[in-house]
Design a protein around this ligand. Sequence first.
Ligand code: SAM
Length: 296
Amino acid sequence: MFSYRHAFHAGNHADVLKHTVLLAVLRHMTQKETALNVFDTHAGAGLYRLDGDYAKTSAEAADGFLKLVATPPKEPYAPALKDYIDMVAGFNTTNHWSVYPGSPFIIQSLLSGRDKLKLWEMHPTDIKTLTANVAQLEAGRQVAILREDGFEGLKKFLPPPSRRALVLCDPSYEVKHDYARVAAMITDAMQRFATGTYAVWYPIIPRPEAHDLPKKLKTLANRSGKAWLHATLTVKSSKLTQDEQGEVVRPGLPASGMFLINPPHTLKAALKDALPQMVELLKQDSNATSTLESGG
Ligand code: SAM
């Protein structure tokens, strides 16, 4: 338990998908006058170094965000992708990409004074890093960090007083039980607050639980009569291969998805152009593809 550190994965292709979607959702939701509550149930450390040991060891950002900016697409970047790149650029002072913002910093950068952000994190080291990073923001009571289980902790805040909220659920899926816990948390949250916007990231890997999760969320949204949107990004095949010595090589994370309930009505159009460009720029083999479905 808690061997996962997002610092190894920050800026990878899954973050490109997740954070492009998150930003597009927030752009829409922060336009209204009423206070917005954002709940990030699995926050991570908040800010990451792209030139530090973790990122260099995994090199995942090199196949994700850094690849996205290294070779611009044939056409101009799609607006949602350009917005995401510009947002990351805002955390970097020169042309050198040294810092990558995690979801807490992306969210906080869009909030206005009336909005609130709650962050859950349980990793003993990442909670300290998150606390130190958030302290630099001097955001006062706008941002609260809770060292408790995000799956359980959300309950007590729903429904929020302003009746406007975004819940981002982005666990590490270190244990297969996480998939069932995501479904249970969103089911419970929908009973407490059916008009909230829910955004769930999940890995697309050869594991039944991973394939079942978006199906369960779709069934939940349809039964509740709520709109949903499902976006996926695949960068390579999930098949095992062999190296020259005949050793089995695991492909690493080949694909991931974002499932949203009550998404902004602007989101589908924003992703329609952005997803094919993610495929064009991040593809690692001929299996690279994206999907975009909505309903309700
Ligand atoms: N949302 C972050 C972002 O986009 O920058 C990345 C989060 S990372 C994928 C998942 C995080 O959840 C890890 O830092 C892990 O320590 C934390 N975590 C694992 N189980 C948790 C739980 N039950 N409640 C809260 N956080 C948890």
